[in-house]
Design a protein around this ligand. Structure first.
Ligand code: URA
Length: 192
């Protein structure tokens, strides 16, 4: 299997779907290669495309606030997306784009071997947890696959659009913190 730096190099030269024509940068992912908690978004927006890093726009600022509520920061986790290149105009990534791109995330996941996967929003939850996932009904619920715990939160961009969802997300975050303390307490203990 490829190592992290080989994978990143190959991913950054990917031309497997049409999104490569309009991207500025491939947004590979960021965080600790030793993380036991993997956050997955749907795909880069404008700022992410310009900077080549995940969640650096307004939604990213809110994600940082959400992490700090549970005493986490980006150095203790890994953040990646379902598609690595920005869909033009921030439209949802198409099924075909997701299907073509997902192998990069699968290798990232195989390298990381996370104990907890947190999907941010419907698109990631439908791709990773199950294709009929209903984010309004199933956010904060826990699933298990091959010893890995999976959950989904509202996407931070959805929380910016509809702040009424924030109290539920606060509850989901506190349960996420409890789950991390139970299954991978090193996340809170290890020096960064
Ligand atoms: N939204 C996402 O889903 N991913 C990013 O990296 C940024 C915004």
């Amino acid at each position: 299997m490829l190592n992290w730096s080989e994978l990143e190099t190959q991913c950054k030269s990917c031309r497997e779907c049409g999104l490569c024509e309009t991207r500025t940068n491939v947004v590979f992912g960021a965080g600790s290669h030793n993380a036991q908690v993997l956050f997955i978004g749907e795909g880069p927006g404008e700022q992410e495309d310009l900077q080549g890093k995940p969640f650096v726009g307004r939604a990213g600022k809110l994600l940082d606030d959400m992490l700090s509520l549970i005493h986490l920061d980006r150095e203790r986790i890994y953040i990646a997306n379902i598609v690595k290149c920005r869909p033009p105009g921030n439209r949802d990534p198409q099924r075909t784009e997701q299907d073509v791109c997902i192998h990069w995330l699968r290798i990232q996941t195989a390298l990381l071997k996370p104990k907890i996967v947190v999907c941010l929003g419907r698109i990631a939850a439908q791709k990773i947890i199950n294709e009929s996932f209903k984010i309004t009904q199933e956010h904060g619920l826990w699933y298990e696959r091959q010893g890995c715990r999976l959950t989904a939160l509202y996407h931070p961009a959805a929380l910016l659009r509809d702040p009424r969802r924030r109290p539920e997300t606060f509850t989901d975050l506190k349960q996420l913190e409890a789950m991390i303390r139970e299954v991978c307490p090193e996340t809170y203990e290890s020096p960064t």
